[in-house]
Design a protein around this ligand. Structure first.
Ligand code: PPE
Length: 304
């Protein structure tokens, strides 16, 4: 990771190396934070952040769900993100806001700890590798099940919840795969460790509903809208492990991962092992949308 010059910390732009926290930060001990992942892209009219306001609204909603009294609005956070991109003279980049309990309280009850907010931005290439974006990645079903609605809040991006994703990711990498797919506690497919999953069978696209415990991904929503606008049928439904083995095509979506094809699932080739036509079309459309090439989706871009 290449450091940039400034990070926004509680309203001020501070030098990268000075953006530090105390070791008794509540979130460090108990995972009491919520975060976002946002990307900006180069367009013909300069850099633009993709669905900035929706990401910040989700951050505010995550904070509310975990009862973190965040005093900033979606608008204020959006402005701050733009400020960070400007300050670092970034074009295409990844933006990481984090809201967390700081110091002032130890023990599980965070009351008394200050609520902190930071926004960092840096250049971040392909999350699952250039090669993966072109030719697809090899994934495996995790032995870890996705956190569910009875334990945590799967639709919130809560820091502590990501220990679940980290376990799944480490397990997949240690076994020689590039990414994990997590089933939920009922055995239905939930999502990747940091991506939503789509399967294509006989020209129809299917993806788990958010009730399966998947994050209600903004990229997922973007892809569903784009594909439906193209006249391709997209169904949100429960999916099983065997649905993955019978799929003609499979791909992940996420802000970081964008649209990444899967070429093998649990050592079974997906289709003919090459990214299929709907996957490739989805990649093309997504890249056109985020770079402002398609007029009808330009309202999703916030120009820097
Ligand atoms: N599921 C999970 C568990 C998840 O973390 C992400 C985003 C998604 C689905 C896709 O959501 P969306 O970005 O709104 O389409 N994961 C973020 C963090 C990745 C990381 O390693 O950190 C991201 O893509 O920015």
């Amino acid at each position: 990771m290449n450091p940039t010059s400034k990070i926004w910390v509680d309203g001020d732009l501070v030098p990268w190396e000075e953006a530090t926290v105390h070791v008794l930060t509540h979130a460090l001990h108990y995972g009491t934070g919520v975060f976002e992942g946002i990307r900006a892209y180069e367009t013909d009219d300069g850099p633009a952040v993709f669905r900035l306001r929706e990401h910040m609204d989700r951050l505010v909603a995550s904070a509310k769900a975990y009862r973190i009294p965040l005093q900033l609005t979606g608008d204020e956070l959006s402005e701050a993100a733009i400020e960070v991109i400007h300050a670092n003279e970034l074009g295409a980049c990844y933006v990481r806001p984090l809201v967390f309990y700081g110091t002032g309280s130890m023990g599980l009850n965070p009351a008394g700890a200050d609520v902190r907010a930071i926004i960092a931005a840096w250049e971040w290439g392909s999350y699952l590798g250039e090669e993966g974006v072109r030719n697809g990645i090899r994934v495996a079903t995790s032995s870890w099940r996705r956190i569910d609605h009875t334990m945590l809040i799967p639709n919130a991006k809560g820091s502590g919840g990501y220990l679940n994703s980290v376990l799944a990711k480490q397990e997949a990498l240690a076994a020689g795969y590039e990414e994990a797919i997590l089933l939920n506690s009922d055995g239905f497919v939930a999502e990747g460790s940091g991506e939503n999953l789509f399967l294509v069978k006989d020209g129809v696209v299917r993806t788990p509903t958010w009730l399966a415990g998947a994050l209600n991904g903004l990229t997922r929503g973007t892809v569903i809208t784009m594909l439906r606008d193209e006249g391709i049928e997209v169904i949100e439904t429960n999916l099983t492990r065997s649905d993955m083995y019978y799929a003609d095509e499979a791909f992940f979506t996420g802000t970081a991962a964008e649209v990444t094809p899967l070429r093998e699932i649990d050592d079974r080739m997906v289709g003919n092992g090459r990214p299929g036509p709907i996957t490739v079309r989805t990649q093309e459309l997504y890249s056109a949308v985020v770079t402002g090439k398609l007029e009808q989706y330009r309202h999703w871009l916030e120009y820097v």
